[in-house]
Design a binder for this molecule. Structure first.
Ligand SMILES: [Zn+2]
Ligand SMILES: [Zn+2]
Length: 242
């Protein structure tokens, strides 16, 4: 799933008025159909502050919101926040996004990955607050357990399992080609080696690191794109050793 925001002004009044959400979603749909000439709103789903999920294109349909070439790889969910007005996502939006995520995993053959539109595409979307939440592993607000992710270490849910905690995601994707170099790569490689994988800890993410990443992703049941994003990063520390 890729997470999006509107990129424009969202009237904060919708927080107290679900009819406002409906009007906003319809206006976005009109823009996509009549303005862009698309067959429907570009998103698979839309999440509003009242923990309601609007069905856009829905399951098993290509979205149009992720950018050329990326729509076939990810569903798209729009959180009803923008870059002005309602900027910070209310808990209801986050819950609704995760409800949509669970739905596409159960019924829509989606993998475990949750990313932002800006992952792999040049855009500000989904805005800083929503993207920070995605990078933090998209936890359920309030720590109600969620069940959205097997590696869930939601700090509020009192699991107390004492498991290891991943260092913060570096904020960029580790991928190849071309070779990604840096201390973040070295940190990930060191951890993977400690887990028993055979790779060089040289700070250069090349074919060898990518292949290890792919095998690890398959082992963990997430999309094996060979790219270390927030989920794969976190699993390197927090997934139980098998
Ligand atoms: Zn977007
Ligand atoms: Zn609403």
């Amino acid at each position: 799933m890729k997470v999006h925001y509107t990129g424009g002004l969202v009237n904060p009044g919708i927080v107290d008025d679900h009819n406002g959400c409906v009007s906003l979603v319809q206006s976005i749909q009109r823009g996509h159909q009549d303005g862009n000439g698309w067959l429907d709103i570009g998103y698979s789903f839309v999440a509003c502050p009242h923990r309601k999920v609007f069905e856009g294109r829905g399951l098993h349909h290509l979205p149009a919101a992720n950018g050329p070439g990326l729509n076939s790889g990810h569903y798209a969910v729009l959180g009803l926040v923008g870059n002005a007005g309602l900027v910070e996502p209310p808990d209801g939006v986050l819950h609704a996004i995760l409800d949509a995520v669970e739905y596409v995993r159960e019924r829509g053959d989606a993998g475990l990955e949750i990313k932002g539109h800006r992952d792999g595409y040049a855009t500000d979307c989904p805005g800083e607050p929503l993207y920070a939440w995605v990078r933090a592993g998209a936890p359920r607000p309030g720590g109600d357990g969620g069940g959205d992710d097997p590696g869930d270490d939601d700090p509020g849910n009192g699991e107390g399992g004492g498991g290891p905690e991943a260092p913060p995601f570096p904020g960029r994707l580790l991928r190849y080609p071309p070779v990604t170099r840096g201390e973040d790569v070295r940190t990930w490689q060191r951890q993977m080696k400690a887990r028993g994988w055979d790779l060089d800890v040289d700070g250069a993410y090349g074919a060898q690191s990518r292949d290890v990443c792919r095998r690890f992703q398959r082992q963990q049941g997430v999309a094996d794109d060979g790219v270390v994003g927030p989920v794969t990063w976190r699993l390197a520390w927090e997934a139980p050793l098998s």
